[in-house]
Design a protein. Structure first.
Lengths: 375, 246
């Protein structure tokens, strides 16, 4: 039947989960991803992964400390955060999250401290007040057993955080775009990709640009991005072929939008391009693959949260969204980034990257020098 | 007999309702606790055939409940429908559905959102942290963040009026008599009779929320997300500024 419906009057609901929420899910995801990438080298004694593990731990630590601030800021009544802790609401995954997040941050701090103890102790081997402070912080030498125990603790806490952040959103039946069992796994895989990307960037920015780390991180990135693409393809297929009603509804709700089609193409390119580069040339491409991977992980969350909330549940078409300049928008994003940069500065100031072993003399040294100069 | 008109409702079942407003001694309903009286199950039947889209309910609600600018606890969604070359207008009053199995309830991490014994879903805005999880969980876009209180907000069936034995403001003001409010546990109430006589429908039945706002004359093309051209009308362009509400 030839029917045309034009909405004349309706309410426009503004986004209620603000860009702060995007920042939180981005940072906590990168933190969990960073912790996971750090485990083989830091906790389980795989020497070839040790250097990458250190950079990944810096990713996990800095992102993990910044994330709860973004989460708190997303509450419209942040001063009432303690209300979470005076009731038992096991039916709410957000309530469980209020328990898991402090547990994760505490376990992360313990793990980072245990892992960095030998470095703290090294800095404490000297005279003066600073060295005394390092000795106080180190409280002795490193202990592999303690590090391993702390790693298991943070692994458990990270798994709970990954579980709750995914399920909390995936259970929202009112939003077909969110209501998919794929979402928790997609969050995790994109977080791993983003963490590998940030390892690539930090390896250059605050690390020593180690090529071995770069190659390892690019390989890991390719694996994570492969997983992201497989999950995306499966989600798309379920919707396209109508194999599942919710997925079909979710796909149909955005398929007619030019903006969403552009976003989909953009997302595919932001996954495929670093995947191909990381596989084809894993050395010397860390900047580009790292930047795109971090961008891709952030964009996934932006699309899920802000894009998802731009879909009216009852009204026609889409709600418009324009990023506000203030704390409800751009300022929140920039502020969170600023906090993370500050944390990174503090961590790398207290624990500077250990110096490279002296390079071998002779022609090899010259060759190395040329290579660095050419970058 | 025009059973759905407001005058009928008032005349048939609510002599005490009128008395509540006039007499000093509150009627039995006014004695109910804030937790609600389990002897009642409040509900609304909206006869969309009688709605003229005047938005009197929208305005009455805003005034009664001090709803901030650009926010709405209820609104009459209005659509132009062109079919076989003929254009018509379709009106659909929307509000919180006070569902029997309300998805906004289990997600609340602090218990600020709860359902009273009489079925009315309310928000204690002294407990709400403004996490907006309930806003996401509601399938009807009935909830929003109130920028004056920075907490979740929604229609309460004018619970303060109901507890005082009065009708919700939107029902009281409806010029077409399209909104009928009453007690489902009273078989002689107007809503109970309408449910039996008219077999009204609910919005998004597939969500399984068991809404307690029913619609007579609901066109199935409008019972979920409407497939049409979105509205050009937007709330005032000026952005909410929390300072103006402090």
């Amino acid at each position: 039947m030839d029917t045309q419906i034009v909405e004349l009057v309706n309410v426009t609901r503004e986004v209620a989960w603000l860009p702060w929420a995007v920042q939180y899910f981005f940072l906590i995801g990168l933190s969990v991803g960073g912790v996971l990438l750090s485990l083989p080298g830091i906790a389980f004694g795989r020497a070839e992964w040790r250097k990458l593990g250190r950079v990944a731990l810096v990713v996990g630590l800095t992102c993990g400390l910044a994330a709860p601030v973004a989460l708190l800021s997303d509450l419209h009544q942040p001063g009432r955060f303690w209300h979470f802790y005076v009731v038992a609401r096991p039916s709410s995954w957000m309530w469980w999250g209020s328990l898991f997040v402090p547990f994760y941050v505490a376990a992360l701090l313990l793990y980072a401290w245990a892992a960095f103890r030998p470095e703290l102790a090294d800095h404490g081997r000297g005279e003066g007040r600073i060295a005394a402070l390092y000795r106080m912080a180190a409280q002795g030498e490193g202990c592999a057993r303690l590090t391993r125990m702390a790693a298991l603790l943070v692994l458990a806490a990270g798994a709970l955080v990954a579980l709750y952040t995914g399920v909390e959103v995936a259970l929202v039946k009112a939003r077909p775009l969110w209501n998919t069992p794929f979402l928790p796994v997609q969050f995790l895989m994109t977080a791993l990709a983003g963490a590998a990307g940030l390892v690539l960037l930090l390896n250059r920015v605050v690390g020593d640009g180690d090529r071995g780390v770069e190659e390892q991180a690019n390989r890991l990135l390719a694996v994570a991005l492969g997983g992201v693409m497989a999950l995306g393809a499966a989600w798309f297929a379920l919707g396209l072929f109508g194999l599942d009603a919710t997925h079909a509804q979710a796909l149909a709700s955005v398929a007619g939008s030019e903006a969403w089609r552009v976003t989909a193409v953009w997302a595919v390119l932001a996954t495929l391009v670093p995947f191909v580069i990381a596989l084809a040339k894993p050395v010397g491409t860390g900047w580009i693959t790292g930047l795109i991977a971090v961008h891709s992980a952030w964009m996934f969350r932006w699309t899920v949260f802000i894009g998802g909330q731009s879909l009216p549940k009852t009204g026609a078409g889409f709600y418009e969204y324009a990023l506000p300049a203030g704390p409800e928008g751009m300022l929140g994003i920039v502020g969170t980034l600023g906090l993370w940069v500050l944390l990174l500065a503090v961590v790398t100031l207290v624990l500077p990257t250990p110096p490279k072993p002296l390079p071998a003399p002779g022609p090899q040294r010259a060759a190395h020098g040329r290579t660095v100069a050419a970058e | 007999m025009d059973r759905s008109r407001r005058n009928f409702f008032l005349g048939a079942g609510a002599v005490t309702v009128g008395a509540a407003a006039l007499t000093a001694a509150p009627p039995a309903e006014a004695a109910t606790s804030p937790a609600g009286d389990p002897a009642h199950r409040w509900a609304m039947v909206v006869d969309v055939r009688k709605c003229v889209g005047c938005q009197a309910c929208t305005v009455a609600c805003i005034h009664e409940n001090h709803v901030p600018d650009n926010s709405f606890r209820t609104i009459v969604s209005t659509y132009e429908v062109t079919e076989r070359g003929k254009a018509g207008t379709y009106m659909l009053p929307r509000l919180c559905n006070h569902c029997e199995d309300a998805p906004c309830l289990p997600v609340c991490p602090t218990g600020a959102t709860f359902q009273r014994a009489d079925g009315i879903v309310v928000v204690d805005n002294s407990v709400c942290v403004g996490c907006a999880y309930c806003v996401q969980a509601c399938p009807y876009d009935a909830r929003f963040i109130n920028h004056a209180t920075q907490t979740a907000d929604k229609c309460t069936f004018c619970v303060h009026r109901v507890d005082a034995g009065l009708l919700p403001a939107c029902v009281e003001t409806c010029v077409g008599g399209a909104r009928v409010f009453g007690d489902l546990k009273d078989p002689d109430s107007a809503v109970s009779k309408l449910l039996k006589a008219e077999n009204p429908k609910v919005l998004k039945p597939e969500q399984g929320t068991q809404p307690r706002v029913f619609y007579v004359g609901l066109d199935p093309r409008f019972d979920g997300k409407v497939d049409g051209t979105p509205t050009l009308w937007k709330p005032a362009a000026q952005k909410h500024d929390s300072k103006e509400h402090v």
